[in-house]
Design a protein around this ligand. Structure first.
Ligand code: HEM
Length: 295
């Protein structure tokens, strides 16, 4: 079985950085590869940084032909959903912002001849893993021992060892959200604020966030593996949503239910208080597939 990029699962890192690049007009795939070869060099990974690299699915298919079906993966066109697809995504995370900045600068310098930097966002773990709304984010995330089967394409399938990912920058209206009494805030998420206990069926509205994103098919829950982090400054605060899945159709099913386009007339109350302003779909290849391409 090909090996997934280990940074997808690395835990305990409080400083994150997300970079997105667009390749310059007229640049051939081979030139992109030449520029990216250095990403595997120790000079960039020194200092204990995890580096995860994703590609626009159609770009990866050109670099590594034969990953059938991945071209179909893009963010769905839904009202309220921003789509700002870029070509290459580099996510670094580690224990300190200093090293993340060094890595980000090195990666950007390496790609500068072939691509331009479109996103440069620093994220962080907030207190005990809370979103800036104050709610714990990650309670129902698959535990490490299950995360691989949730996030990684299984052996024998096109793209085995790779992972489908989406990234979205959400901006919160925290003043509006925090003006709600705690009970109403809890109904927005469907969990208690202090300790993230799920509200019981009578107290949890059908429009609560977790009621919209928990989807069962054939008796099994559709799962994704989330690695989102808060980001911001006083004037603008939000969440950089990052999620991985072995099956990219799960994202569209969840997003349709969140954004009121699942045919049941309901939307996720969370979208009344936060809105995505960016959104991209990436394929994150296995270590072996990256090795095939980068040599
Ligand atoms: C502003 C954006 C978002 C915020 C602040 C947010 C926050 C949360 C919180 C607080 C929880 C409950 C605790 C937990 O289990 O982690 C949760 C659960 C979850 N969220 Fe989100 N979320 C956001 C966007 C999304 C999006 C875009 C998706 C899907 C595409 C998503 C999918 C999920 C899933 C699958 C769960 C677990 C549900 C369960 O199994 O109980 N979230 N989120």
């Amino acid at each position: 079985m090909p090996t997934a990029q280990p940074g997808i699962f690395a835990q305990g890192t409080r400083s994150h950085r997300h970079l997105e690049f667009d390749t310059n007009a007229g640049v051939a795939p081979g030139e992109v590869l030449d520029a990216m070869r250095g990403l595997r060099q120790p000079s960039v990974t020194a200092g204990g940084a995890n580096i995860v690299v994703g590609f626009r699915p159609s770009l990866w298919n050109r670099l590594h032909p034969g990953t059938a079906g991945i071209d179909d993966f893009e963010l769905p066109a839904l009202d309220g959903l921003a789509r700002t697809q870029h070509d290459v995504w580099v996510w670094t995370h580690g224990t300190g912002e200093d090293v993340m900045l060094d890595v980000a600068r090195a990666v950007a310098a390496m790609l500068a001849p072939v691509a331009s930097l479109q996103t440069d966002l620093a994220g962080f773990v907030y207190h005990d893993g809370r979103d800036l709304t104050g709610f714990i984010d990650g309670t129902e995330n698959p535990p490490v021992e299950e995360a691989n089967s949730v996030a990684v394409v299984p052996a024998g399938q096109p793209g085995a060892g790779g992972s489908f990912a989406i990234t979205q920058r959400w901006i919160h209206d925290l003043a509006r959200f925090h003006a709600l009494p705690d009970d109403d805030q809890q109904r927005v998420f469907g969990r208690t604020k202090l300790d993230s206990v799920e509200l019981d069926a009578t107290a949890k509205p059908a429009t609560a966030h977790i009621a919209r994103v928990v989807i069962e098919e054939d008796g099994a829950e559709l799962e994704i593996y989330r690695r989102s982090v808060p980001y911001g400054r006083v004037a603008e605060l939000g969440l950089y949503f990052v999620a991985f899945s072995a099956d990219h159709t799960r994202f569209e099913k969840m997003l349709r239910r969140m954004f009121g386009q699942a045919g049941d007339g309901l939307h996720d109350q969370l979208t009344d208080f936060s809105r995505p302003v960016s959104g991209s779909a990436y394929f994150v290849p296995s270590i072996e597939a990256m090795g095939d391409v980068f040599g």
